[in-house]
Ligand binder design. Structure first.
Ligand code: PEP
Ligand code: MG
Length: 584
């Protein structure tokens, strides 16, 4: 009998292979009392386990292939950093001594405390860090309970060609399993912006997340089909279905390998319209991947990562060095640096929360530019660092989540003050540095014209724009099904922003995930988008669609998508638009 299960496709590609079900869950942790004379021994047991976890991760890190994307190494490094952080090394030790409890229990209590803090964070990237806490703590727990090596870490080639079915996966698991040649993975949990899914996309592993109770429905070693684009998992498929998916798999592989020829080609439509393709960067190490993908610059440099895994925010010199590295690495290509988009409760100042208030709806709270303006000292440090780095290459400044003119004026005033300070100190910077605003809030899209008069460029952050327009939490599994870039309200807001840019002759780019999804490229071109910024791995595919598009041959009713209320009708029209790419 054929069984079809639906989840969220987060990394494209088709895989056909046998199931390998991972059952290792969080260990069952119980508290027990440690006699006074054995307390120090228990502390040693915990510290030993942490050290072993560190050695395991270092060994994983050493096995990462040289050509793997920078993301891969940085995820492992994040876990290594956590293993050195006092929140995991010192606090549980104190608990063992104070409560006279076992190491597992102390670790579990600290895990729960950390997860609570992360759960309240507003920024989705920071919130996904709770997964990292879990992954690191689970590793130590496994060692403490003598399950030292997780089942899938045994490098015996047993997993080659298998489809991994798991409750959840760590980034480290994902790297290891990719070495062992897994064909795909399917998990019960996870968000579209979690590290594991970002990694799956980077590594090109087809993946589906959020398939509820999948381990109950699928049997070990059963033949499965994974469609990482549609999020469909098929078990017990008949021969005809398998053959159909096999040819789709081959076609997809051929398609990916054919993309390399676009690397050196200029990005322009068949009828000659030049398009700018930029990359999104999160870490200085991303520069290599970005250069390899042939990006024309960085359209979004997310600076939040500089503030993570530490108790105090980075000083001006440290930030200057990071920004300078990026801009020099990009060889005079433009780099758009976004000021910090941190969440309301992120502790960055010596462990002191930035806000003491209880936040009921953090996504609607003190985040992004609101937070920047409420912490002028921290904001000015960043502005000064960005300005100083602008002396070493082409830098633009971008403010996140602008919703009122007052915010824009205040941010610009602070920038002007920083320029004056640098002038007085005789420090060089680019005097004509461009300043832009992100359009991520429906109100700002509606009023984009107002903002367009006061900035050099606009950039549409569709991840948040969709979240706020459709009133859905972008990282909540339960409302994933409502996250729709093609909702007419979203498309109309994008159109308004593009029109505003045109009217005031300023460029408008798009840097949300939507810009890197080739399914939407032609529609966005038709709407007038000329500047796309995306994850570097998406660049060549989007470039191919652009270079194979003749704008004059787009279906006459393309823009009717903005008026269609029915999602099925919308999908049909998008299919027609995209099919024309291959038929032209
Ligand atoms: C967005 O919201 O689309 C965006 C690019 O910003 P982030 O994903 O960092 O919130
Ligand atoms: Mg955003």
């Amino acid at each position: 009998m054929t069984l079809e299960l639906q989840g969220l496709g987060v990394s494209r590609g088709i895989a056909i292979g046998r199931a390998h079900i991972l059952f290792h869950n969080q260990p069952d942790v119980r508290e027990y009392l440690i006699p006074a004379f054995a307390i120090e021994q228990e502390v040693e047991r915990l510290l030993d386990a942490i050290e072993q976890a560190r050695q395991q991760l270092k060994s994983i890190r050493n096995h990462i292939p040289a050509n793997a994307p920078a993301d891969v190494t940085s995820f492992i490094d994040t876990h290594l950093l956590m293993l050195s952080d006092s929140s995991l090394t010192k606090v549980p030790v104190e608990m063992i001594r104070e409560r006279r409890c076992n190491a597992e229990w102390a670790l579990q209590l600290q895990r729960d405390a950390l997860i609570n803090v992360f759960n309240e964070m507003d920024d989705p990237y920071l919130r996904t860090r709770r997964d990292d806490v879990d992954h690191v703590v689970n590793r130590i727990h496994r060692i403490l309970s003598d399950q030292e090596v997780a089942e899938h870490e045994i490098p015996d080639g047993r997993l080659k060609g298998h489809i991994i079915i798991a409750e959840d996966l760590t980034p480290a698991d994902t790297v290891l399993m990719q070495h062992q040649g897994i064909a795909a993975f399917v998990t019960e949990h996870g968000g579209a912006t979690s590290h594991t899914t970002i990694l799956a996309r980077s590594l090109g592993i087809p993946a589906i997340i959020g398939v509820e109770s999948v381990r109950r429905y699928v049997q070990d070693n059963e033949l499965l089909i994974v469609d990482g684009e549609t999020g469909t998992l098929i078990a017990g498929a008949d021969a005809l279905t398998i053959t159909a998916f096999e040819s789709r798999r081959l076609a997809f592989e051929q398609h990916i390998s054919s993309l390399s020829r676009y690397k050196s080609q200029p990005t322009k439509t068949r009828d000659g319209k030049a398009i700018t393709l930029l990359a999104n960067a999160e870490l200085p190490e991303d520069i290599t991947t970005i250069s390899n993908a042939g990006a024309q610059g960085i359209g979004l440099y997310r600076t939040e990562f500089l503030y993570m895994n530490r108790l105090s925010p980075p000083e001006e010199e440290e930030q200057l060095a990071a920004y300078r590295d990026v801009v020099e690495g990009m060889n005079n290509q433009p780099v758009t640096i976004r000021t910090f988009d941190l969440g309301a409760d992120k502790t960055v100042d010596g462990g002191r929360p930035l806000s003491q208030a209880v936040v009921t709806n953090p996504a609607l709270g003190l985040r992004a530019i609101r937070l920047c303006l409420s912490q002028p000292g921290m904001f000015r440090t960043q502005l000064r660092a960005i300005l100083r780095a602008s002396a070493f290459g082409k830098i633009k400044i971008m403010f996140p989540m602008i919703s009122t003119m007052n915010e824009l004026v205040q941010a610009r005033n602070l920038l002007e003050q920083c320029k004056l300070e640098l002038d007085n100190e005789g420090i060089a910077y680019d005097r004509s540095i461009e300043v832009g605003a992100m359009i991520e809030i429906p109100a700002s899209a509606v009023c984009a014209e107002m903002f367009a008069r006061h900035v050099d460029f606009l950039s549409i952050g569709t991840n948040d724009l969709i979240q706020y327009t459709l009133a859905i939490d972008r990282i909540d599994d339960h409302v994933n099904y409502l996250y729709d870039p093609l909702h007419p309200a979203v498309l109309r807001l994008i159109q308004m922003t593009l029109n505003a840019g045109k009217k005031h002759s300023i460029p408008v780019s798009m840097c949300g995930e939507m810009a890197g999804d080739p399914r939407y490229t032609r529609l966005l071109l038709a709407m007038g988008l000329e500047h796309f910024s995306m994850h570097p791995n998406a660049l060549l595919e989007v470039k191919q669609v652009i270079n194979e598009t003749d704008l004059s041959l787009l279906p006459a009713n393309t823009l009717e998508v903005l008026d269609i209320a029915d999602a099925v009708e919308t999908d049909l029209l998008i299919e027609q638009i995209n099919e024309a790419v291959h038929n032209n």
